[in-house]
Design a protein around this ligand. Structure first.
Ligand code: 13P
Length: 252
């Protein structure tokens, strides 16, 4: 299975900052390992700008959200078809920041996943528990609910067409990473749920870890059996850090 390292830029970067990111990052691109897939996920408005920068490379790109309706009077929203039209490969769905600040629920997540798949986009579906939920022993229950409801009625023919990201909320932007063992425990549980739902192909569905991934902790996480890549926030804004995470096994 090809590991995926995706950089979620969140609400960061301007054109000037994107220029300086790529000035440095593109110099390192020839040294990226072929066996690893890389994607950059900028804010909507910069997708065309980033796609221009990535021309001639094998790096993919995507969006941080979409709306599930096809088209029409939905001011401020962006459809799956529009993202496909811009050449996006991926779309993040159900990020915990969207669940927390923008009323995203397992039901909207479910509709968005179907809209993405329907237009040929690969959803990166985020799940994860809060600190309170972890401390009260509810981690597995929460993850199970998010996976089951999020994927309800979703059909999958090829495992590459779906990516799951386990992002414990308490590890996002806090500098606190889950230990490789803590993450693997949840990843293995997600794999089991995927197997119940999709059968044999589930062994090839990529499950990414996200939450304070840094060059220093990437290798330990990525060597776990069910961790198949990373969804990187803060560290993906810096070209050197992002590059070193992608090359986690070669000492940067
Ligand atoms: P940080 O890497 O900044 O903790 O963010 C993780 C994340 O939310 C990626 O989607």
């Amino acid at each position: 299975m090809r590991e995926l390292i995706a950089g979620n830029w969140k609400m960061n970067m301007t054109r000037k900052e994107i220029d300086s990111f790529f000035e440095e990052f593109l110099r390192m691109v020839p040294y990226l390992p072929n066996e690893r897939e890389v994607a950059i996920i900028p804010p909507f408005v910069y997708i065309p700008y980033v796609s221009e920068k990535l021309k001639g490379t094998t790096i993919n790109y995507g969006a941080q959200n979409l709306f599930y309706e096809e088209k029409g009077a939905f001011t401020g929203e962006v459809s799956a078809e529009m993202l496909k039209d811009l050449g996006c490969t991926y779309v993040i769905i159900g990020h915990s920041e969207r669940r927390k600040y923008f009323c995203e629920t397992d039901e909207t997540v479910n509709r968005k996943i179907k809209a993405a798949l329907g237009k040929g986009l690969t959803p990166i579906v985020c799940v994860g528990e809060t600190l309170e939920e972890r401390e009260s022993g509810k981690t597995f229950e929460i993850i199970e609910g998010q996976i089951r409801k999020g994927l309800d009625g979703v059909e999958l023919s090829e495992p590459e067409r779906l990516v799951i990201a386990y992002e414990p909320v308490w590890a996002i932007g806090t500098g606190k990473t889950a230990t490789p063992q803590q993450a693997e425990e949840v990843h293995a549980f997600i794999r089991k749920l995927l197997k119940e739902k999709f059968g044999e192909i589930s062994k090839d569905i990529r499950i990414l870890y996200g939450g304070s991934v840094k060059p220093e902790n990437a290798a330990g996480l990525m060597e776990m059996e069910n961790i198949n890549g990373a969804l990187v926030g803060g560290a993906s804004l810096d070209p050197v850090s992002f590059y070193r995470i992608i090359r986690y096994d070669s000492g940067g």
